[in-house]
Design a protein around this ligand. Structure first.
Ligand code: SF4
Length: 201
């Protein structure tokens, strides 16, 4: 039986993927795991939005509601420009492990809905972890439904976040405002990696 565990980075990014995945799998479950959202109150807002969507759409959600922010910061300090690689890896690894334990045939992530994320890298990491755990990584470019996702989110009145999630992305979103753009060179620095770093070899 084809079954899918989908990692949800937030409720908004889950809407379109769930719509298009319906009918492609006999069983779909959602996995919430976002250990680095900053600050904690923002984490809570996103978590609450997920719970709201769970109720409204009658979803089946597994929550890993942990907030090991110290661990996350220690892992990326001095290599902040590579932080997204670690971020993708941790989310996909946790999802694959839960998918394996739950006998899912596939796993994927709502990061593939975001226009800000590096798809080719997420795909490569997902496939590599999938091979290790014997669970297939399901790739689909959900960005095609960007506008539809926003329409659905507004219709549901969900909380809509303004930045990716970590403390660095919060700075990139707000610090450059009012600074005449002089700090814009920090934008998306976390999204550049070498091939070796992606493959982990
Ligand atoms: S910018 Fe987004 S993807 Fe990159 S580390 Fe921060 S939360 Fe993760």
């Amino acid at each position: 039986m084809e079954s899918l565990l989908i990692h949800a980075c937030c409720a908004n990014c889950l809407l379109y993927p769930l719509k298009v995945l319906e009918g492609q799998f006999q069983r779909i479950m959602v996995f919430w795991y976002n250990p680095n959202i900053h600050p904690y109150q923002e984490y809570k807002r996103r978590l609450d939005a997920m719970k709201q969507l769970e109720e409204r759409w009658n979803l089946r959600v597994i929550y890993r509601d942990t907030y090991p922010i110290e661990e996350w910061l220690q892992a990326v300090v001095f290599r902040e420009e590579k932080r997204c690689l670690y971020c993708y890896h941790e989310r996909l690894l946790a999802t694959a492990q839960v998918a394996k334990r739950g006998n899912f045939s596939h796993f994927t992530t709502t990061l593939l809905y975001s226009k800000q994320q590096r798809h080719e890298i997420i795909k490569e990491i997902g496939e590599s972890i999938g091979r290790r755990y014997g669970v297939k990584f399901f790739y689909q470019d959900f960005r095609e439904g960007w506008k539809e996702g926003i329409r659905l989110s507004k219709g549901l009145g969900l909380y809509r976040q303004q930045y990716c999630g970590c403390i660095y992305s919060e700075k990139e979103r707000y610090y450059s405002q009012g600074k005449g753009g002089e700090h814009r060179q920090t934008e998306k620095v976390g999204l550049s990696f070498t091939k070796e770093e992606v493959s982990g070899e």
